[in-house]
Structures are given as C-alpha cells and as structure tokens.
Write a protein that binds this ligand. Structure first.
Ligand code: BEZ
Length: 219
C-alpha cells in the first residue's frame, strides 16, 4: 500500500493485489460495512460532487448497468464527500429528470475517511472533491483493478462491465484476456515457463497456436 500526505492527513494509495481497506460508512440507504460484501464482487466508485452535470450522466448510466452487474454477483457502491441529505436530494432529482431510480447506495464521506483510505482524492486536481475512481474488489475483498478518470471526463460503463467480466473469466478459466476482449472471445493461455514447455506448446490440444509465447483457447 503506497501513501502520501495532503492537508496534513495521510492518503493511502491501495494497489492492485492489496486487501481492500475496511470501512463502515453512512450511505443514502443507511449504514454499510465493507465486510458485509464478502463473497461478492464489488464496484466501488467515487464521483466529484452531487448536482454536477457529468456526475449526473454517470449516475444514470451506472444505474443502467446495475442489473447486469447484479447478475454477475457484483454489487455497486458510489461515494462522494457530500452529505446523506444531499445524496437523497440529488437521487430524487435524477428520478424526476431522467426517470431513473438509483438502486445502489452512495456513501456520504463527509470526513473523507473512506476517500483517504482509497486514494480517491487527487490533491493536484482538487483538494476537496473526489476524482472519478473505480475499485474492483473481488469476493475475497482483494483489490483486483483500479481505474482513475479526471473530473472532466465521464467514465465508460461498458468498459467497467467488460473489466469485471474479464476478471471473473480469468478466475474461472485460468486464462488472461487479450486487448479489446469481449465475452465469447478466446482467452490467452499463459506463456510457457521453460524451453521444454515452449517446445511442447505447438503440440497441445485445444489451443490456437500462433507462436511459442502466444496461444489462445476457447472458454
Ligand atoms: C461534473 O460532474 O460535471 C463535474 C464535476 C466536477 C468538476 C468538473 C465537472
């Protein structure tokens, strides 16, 4: 776990492979504890601020992918440094203006407790708002992927879905996933670890052999 200082406070910078920092937090749906998400995948994301335009478009789109995430045993939690009443008011406004009911909880991280633990504040960009961070946490509560976007750029929901699916596919089938991989595409077989394995690779059944270091297989 890396760390940095801002406003005299320690900002933890979790990395891929670290245990997800524990937290209990107040949300738009009551109090939650990270521990209660054990056994499920989790997409934990931060947004800069309630009642801002790009964040509003993101919330509508996060809600659209939420049913698909649930089908993938994956929960979704939002976070900003706004209060619970602010979250409630904004969620009601989204419902009115976009006919969209936000079904996932949104953490009210007023004291920045969770955002500091997850390195969601980028002081060079904003001292007060959380950046657009996405943490993908696996059922063992390990951080498996981290995405950061700047304040001014809305995230791509299809990429978040693709990333969760790719991580789950790797766990289930023991393959890596190539560039632009989509569900149904072949996976990449681990490269050989010895000259002997390299020599044997071309003879292996059930793989698409391209060269000794790159082969694919159906999954
Ligand atoms: C927005 O969501 O539109 C936004 C929030 C903070 C900074 C810039 C844009």
């Amino acid at each position: 776990m890396g760390q940095a200082e801002t406003e005299g406070r320690t900002v933890m910078m979790p990395r891929i492979g670290d245990d997800a920092p524990s937290f209990e937090a107040a949300t738009s749906q009551g109090n939650i504890d990270l521990k209660d998400y054990s056994g499920k995948w989790l997409v934990l994301f931060s947004h800069p601020s309630d009642f801002t335009p790009v964040c509003t478009t993101e919330f509508v789109e996060f809600q659209k992918i939420y049913p698909e995430l649930k089908q993938m045993n994956t929960e979704l939690i939002g976070l900003s440094v706004d209060s619970v009443p602010s979250h409630i008011a904004w969620i009601r406004s989204i419902e009115e203006n976009f006919n969209t009911t936000i079904g996932f909880p949104v953490i009210a991280d007023l004291d920045k407790e969770v955002s500091m633990k997850y390195g969601m504040i980028m002081p060079g960009e904003s001292q007060v708002e959380t950046s657009r961070a996405v943490f993908i946490i696996d059922p063992d509560q390990k951080i498996r992927s981290i995405i950061y976007y700047p304040l001014t750029t809305g995230r791509n929901m299809q990429e978040i879905l693709r990333l969760v699916k790719a991580l789950q596919t790797t766990d289930e089938h023991g393959v890596s996933t190539p560039a632009n991989w989509q569900e149904g595409d072949k996976g990449v077989v681990s490269p050989p670890k010895s000259q002997e394995e390299a020599a044997e690779r071309s003879q292996e059944d059930g793989i698409e052999y391209i060269d000794w270091y790159i082969s694919k297989k159906d999954i």
